[in-house]
Design a protein around this ligand. Structure first.
Ligand code: PMV
Length: 330
């Protein structure tokens, strides 16, 4: 929907998907690979250039109050306000890259509950793609990744960028040190369960960092094991070997537990899924809350969905959806 905020003239609307971390979380912050797939939880950013020296930012929160946020161009990127940090940070960086100093109207939209499935990275990628299109700046996937990853670091302080890469490329990718490789598309027999919101990704990334400082040899070896697990999971995906993928999910879950990021609500979902016949299950992402997934091809599918629903929330979203796209209303 293009809101009343826009004047006549072209409006560029970009849409980007959320993500589900499959294997390799935490290790990926320390240079190891991970596997991630996109989810059909799309966030959009509609963008129009205007001549005033400010950014007008409309979000679901600002629409509820009736007043969009207004950020003077001279202050853009300097002090990010929490409600619009990702949008402001990435708009500032794309404007700088384009060597443009112009006002913009940006209106973002997305689902009311994002389950920790990557709405911040999706809004960052959608805003970057929309602003770049509105400014006539062509960015290839690597350039888009660099500008979005830098903006996510500005707004949140840390992050491997796997979520940004997933929002850009869509599908299922292997991600390592800022580089994304597309994996062949396969229908993934995965069921997502939601355990409730977590405090912050940053807190759990920092917690693992401190554990690593106190126990460098053990934690580095665990990261190496997780990296080996990612290699094997990539093979299992290619061979559609769901029994093996389930084993790997269970082993990865054990390692994440050892890293201290499991919680009772996540563990309940994981055990409930296994008891209902899943081939394996693990938490997804930083841990501390948010989502897990179960490997549950037929015939376990229905029993596993019911087990997730009764021990938390079953999240029914398509996986491996396309990455960022931009349309223009002339
Ligand atoms: O909690 P999420 O879904 O944002 O995932 C974080 C994954 C980590 O590997 C822990 C951090 C990162 O930036 O890769």
């Amino acid at each position: 929907m293009i809101d009343a905020l826009f004047a006549g003239g072209p409006v560029y609307t970009a849409s980007a998907p959320g993500k589900l971390m499959l294997f390799g979380e935490h290790g990926v912050v320390y240079g190891r690979p991970c596997l991630v797939t996109s989810v059909g939880l799309r966030v959009s950013a509609a963008v129009q250039v205007h001549a005033e020296p400010w950014l007008t930012i409309s979000t679901a929160a600002s629409r509820a109050t009736g007043a969009p946020f207004r950020v003077p161009l001279a202050q853009l990127g300097a002090a990010l306000r929490p409600e619009t940090a990702f949008v402001e940070a990435v708009a500032a960086r794309v404007l700088k890259l384009a060597e443009w100093q112009t006002g913009l109207t940006i209106s973002t939209d997305g689902p009311p509950l994002s389950y920790g499935l990557g709405s911040s990275s999706a809004v960052t990628v959608a805003t970057a793609a929309g602003v770049a299109a509105a400014l006539g700046l062509h960015l290839n996937a690597d350039e888009l990744f660099r500008v979005c990853h830098a903006a996510v670091i500005d707004a949140q302080g840390k992050g491997s960028g796997f979520d940004v890469a997933s929002a850009i490329h869509g599908g299922t990718i292997r991600f390592e040190n800022g580089r994304a490789t597309a994996l062949p598309s396969t229908i993934l027999p995965l069921m997502i369960g939601y355990s409730g919101a977590k405090v912050s990704t940053r807190r759990f990334v920092d917690g693992v960092g401190r554990l690593r400082e106190r126990n460098p040899i053990l934690v580095e070896r665990m990261f190496d094991l997780i990296a080996e697990l990612v290699e094997q999971a990539q093979q299992a995906l290619a061979q559609r070997d769901w029994v093996r993928l389930g084993d790997l999910a269970d082993i990865n879950q054990g390692l994440l537990d050892a890293l201290g990021v499991n919680t009772p609500p996540l563990a309940r979902l994981v055990f409930a899924a296994r008891e209902a016949g899943a081939l394996g299950a693990k938490l997804s992402g930083a841990g501390g809350g948010d989502c897990m997934f179960a490997v549950a091809p037929a015939p376990a599918e229905h029993a596993v969905k019911a087990a997730l629903a009764s021990n938390g929330q079953y999240v029914d979203l398509p996986l491996g959806v396309p990455g960022v796209s931009v349309t223009c209303r002339p």
